[in-house]
Design a protein around this ligand. Structure first.
Ligand SMILES: [Ca+2]
Length: 173
């Protein structure tokens, strides 16, 4: 796994033994076709989490930003049905009030979330929840049996959500 810029067409390949029961499947980084989030504050567009630039300084222009809401969420349209094995989330690191990025949850669904609407991730296939503050990087594993078109990242808290890159690993169903 690498977190450096992936511009230039290079493709990251990782080995995830614990979640890849079939050794014939190659887990690769998935390139989503679109990203959106519950709402957007300023220039913190949702697509900045999939622009290939993991720079964690918001002022450098490659991080997302929502308003402060209950259970803010972000979603990637994977452009097809994928098994998702792992998600790596790079948190913003130039501001830290000690609570942002709390109770990270990742889920998969075929139902497109609606911008501006709250999202009940418990209704989705929930990969994992990380209790407490995420820190600079969050890593979430998904069971190999999970698949879908939309990958949702949510913080179960009331706060702003701002992440700087979200890398999704898996393989096409
Ligand atoms: Ca970015």
């Amino acid at each position: 796994m690498k977190l450096q810029s992936s511009h230039g067409g290079t493709e990251t390949i990782v080995q995830i033994n614990s979640t890849t029961p079939d050794p014939g499947k190659i887990v690769r980084i998935i390139r989503p076709v679109d990203a959106f989030q519950i709402n957007t504050r300023g220039n913190g567009l949702a697509t900045k989490a999939i622009d290939g630039n993991p720079n964690a300084d918001y002022t450098k222009g490659s991080c997302t930003h929502t308003e402060s809401v209950v259970n803010p969420w972000w979603c990637a349209n994977l452009g097809g049905i994928y098994h998702v094995n792992m998600v790596v989330i790079v948190n913003r690191n130039d501001v830290d009030d000690g609570t942002r990025g709390t109770n990270l949850r990742v889920g998969i669904t075929d139902i497109k979330p609606v911008v501006g609407q709250p999202l009940d991730i418990d209704a989705y296939t929930l990969c994992e929840e990380k209790h407490g503050v995420m820190g600079e990087i969050g890593v979430v594993n998904c069971p190999d049996t999970f698949f879908g078109r939309y990958l949702v990242v949510q913080f179960r808290t009331t706060n702003y959500m701002h992440v700087c890159e979200i890398e999704i690993y898996g393989y096409r169903k």
